[in-house]
Design a protein around this ligand. Sequence first.
Ligand code: ZN
Length: 109
Amino acid sequence: MKEIRCIVCRTLFDHKELKNNNGCPICGYQGPTMLTKGDINININWFELRLICAWSESMVLNIGDEHSKNAFYGVIKAIKDQLPNSEPITIFDQTPIINDTVPDGTLFN
Ligand SMILES: [Zn+2]
């Protein structure tokens, strides 16, 4: 079972696949990964979700580094994939750039 997920590209890994890798081998992201056992389902109003996402976006765009922006928009992409017919849940609605040729994990442009 693949129990680790990259925050940016959402690729699933097991511990053996990430051993000896300095970051995600798919997108190069070197920040924290997450464990799939932490996946949860919650009920929330769409407007509340949009408020949280827009406020978070404002923070990451103002004080986050490129890795933070990639991680943020990776999460937003995961939410949008679950709401394919939804209106945008962020103001700027950007998408992380997945490029495995960038070894330092700088993916966002
Ligand atoms: Zn990745």
